[in-house]
Design a protein around this ligand. Structure first.
Ligand code: ADP
Ligand code: MG
Length: 174
């Protein structure tokens, strides 16, 4: 599998966790756009948003996506990367896009169990379950539009990896 694999989905769906495991199995490079962006900017996403606003962060995110895209890579993307039509088109045209799909209850459970303090500013001032529910309602169609394949991300990480390898093998064989 030499084409880049882009993992898309909301916060907590497992893009980083599953991406790392998938890269290990496929002996590919692993890149996390949020991580790469923060390292290169020398500041956290929360700081960028606070100082420069969401628009600036989104522009940096698009530049990051294009900079990290390379053959034999697994690329874990930020949850909002699919908001920009140019990002959706770029991923579809330059690799294979996998949507890690999980219900709100699972996402909330994971985010509550492993809150990554300061990693991302809250998108709204609402309770977590309401925020996750609203964000997913707004973005689910965009994740599906961007994706070549949708997998069930509520399964344990190793099972999600097997699902991804299976759809990729089937896609290669067809
Ligand atoms: P994302 O990068 O999509 O925001 P993460 O990979 O950071 O999601 O996962 C969020 C949390 O949920 C982590 O603490 C991780 O251990 C846990 N997690 C991720 N994927 C799974 C999974 N398939 N099953 C159980 N827990 C998971
Ligand atoms: Mg992540």
């Amino acid at each position: 599998m030499t084409q880049p694999i882009f993992l898309v989905g909301p916060r907590g769906c497992g893009k980083t966790t599953v991406g790392l495991a998938l890269a290990r199995v496929c002996q590919s490079q692993f890149v996390d756009t949020d991580h790469w962006l923060q390292t290169h900017a020398g500041q956290s996403i929360a700081e960028i948003v606070e100082k420069e606003g969401w628009g600036s962060f989104r522009a940096r995110e698009t530049a990051t996506l294009q900079a990290v895209t390379a053959p034999s890579s697994v690329i874990a993307t930020g949850g909002g990367i699919i908001l920009a039509p140019c990002n959706r088109q770029f991923m579809r045209e330059n690799g294979i896009v996998i949507y890690l799909c999980a219900p709100v209850s699972i996402l909330v459970g994971r985010l509550e169990a492993f809150p990554q303090e300061g990693q991302r500013p809250a998108l709204t001032a609402k309770p977590l379950s309401e925020e996750v529910s609203e964000v997913l309602a707004e973005r689910d169609a965009l994740y599906r539009e961007a994706a070549h394949h949708v997998v069930d991300a509520s399964a344990p990480p190793e099972e999600v990896v097997i699902q991804i390898i299976t759809v990729l093998d089937l896609a290669c064989a067809s």
